[in-house]
Design a protein around this ligand. Structure first.
Ligand SMILES: NCc1[nH]cc(CCC(=O)O)c1CC(=O)O
Ligand SMILES: [Zn+2]
Ligand SMILES: [Zn+2]
Length: 312
């Protein structure tokens, strides 16, 4: 009889949390991204250790929740049991020299899967969205993030994050890398499987940029520079190298990142795996092109492979 009763395990928030632990031992391969996996907390250090030994200097963390509940405001993005917040102190302790960036967004934690908070009629509510995003950035900075990287594309979130970091005396311990020029791209497909972050309805075209536009790309970079972004990003990379050059020409004083996204990874890997071309030759060509266009730093899922090639 007693074992059929559940409420006695649920009346207190901490008791409820005990029921929703993430699987810290899991290593889950991502079918659309061969060679890439999601790592449970207890598998993360062992995964990184050989890479750090090979010269890995920086990582970008994405949290994925499976059991923690998703809701309208993404409460679990910055709760104490969030996987990024739990991982940060362990990573700092194990790899003190590693530069740790954290993706900041609501989409992996909202039940609707959008990157912001929505109004009752289902459109982005910018003010509460940037308030949440700044809170999440603060939580990651407090947990030890060296860089927070907001990927939501809401208006004025850079200013909100910077203000929050200043209010908490963290502005000189945590940089802001803005996903400043992020296009509404089909190349994000595999990532949305991986992060379980596909929107439940609609798309992201009212906050991510139209692929054909140079003008709004310019304005988006300008907005984020004026709000105090420390570093800028163009995303995706390969189909947007003219934009990379444009941003670098406009802001040569700011480090510029390219994010070579999930679909770019899958495309190159799959083409190589059916024998269409040699991966090493083509990947170097793509990365050199990105550097030539003006990228100072490239975020890529090929990093483990590249570290091996650099040793050769
Ligand atoms: N906050 C959204 C986000 N964070 C990372 C990626 C894509 C990364 C990739 O494809 O590798 C996206 C894009 C999206 O789902 O709209
Ligand atoms: Zn998002
Ligand atoms: Zn994101």
């Amino acid at each position: 009889m007693a074992s059929t009763k559940l409420h006695s395990s649920l009346f207190h928030p901490t008791l409820r949390k005990l029921q929703c632990q993430e699987d810290d031992e899991a290593v889950q391969n991502i079918p659309s991204m061969p060679g890439v996996a999601r790592y449970g907390l207890n598998k993360l250090l062992a995964h990184l250790e050989p890479l750090v030994e090979k010269g890995l200097q920086s990582i970008l963390l994405f949290g994925v929740v499976e059991k923690l509940p998703k809701d309208a405001t993404g409460t679990t993005a910055d709760c104490a049991t969030n996987p990024v917040i739990r991982a940060l102190p362990q990573l700092k302790a194990a790899f003190p020299q590693l530069l740790i960036a954290c993706d900041v967004c609501l989409c992996p934690y909202t039940d609707h899967g959008h990157c912001g908070v929505l109004t009752s009629d289902g459109i982005i509510d910018n003010e509460p969205s940037i308030k949440r995003i700044a809170e999440i950035a603060l939580a990651y900075a407090r947990a030890g993030a060296n860089i927070v990287a907001p990927s939501d594309m809401m208006d004025n979130r850079i200013a909100a994050i910077k203000q929050t970091l200043r209010d908490n005396s963290l502005e000189n311990r945590c940089s802001v890398l803005s996903y400043s020029v992020k296009f509404a791209s089909g190349f994000y497909g595999p990532f949305r499987d991986a992060a379980k972050s596909a929107p439940a309805f609609g798309d992201r075209k009212c906050y991510q940029l139209p692929p054909g536009s140079k003008g709004i790309a310019k304005r988006a970079a300008k907005r984020d520079v004026e709000e105090g972004a420390d570093m800028l990003m163009v995303k995706p990379g390969m189909a947007y190298l003219d934009i990379v050059k444009q941003v670098k020409d406009d802001y040569p004083e700011l480090p510029l990142f390219i994010y070579q996204v999930s679909g770019e990874y899958s495309m190159l890997l799959n083409a190589a795996s059916i024998g269409a071309f040699d991966l090493k030759t083509v990947l170097w060509e793509v990365l050199v092109g990105m550097r030539r266009a003006g990228a100072d730093c490239i975020i890529t899922y090929f990093t483990p492979v590249l570290l091996d090639w650099l040793k050769e």
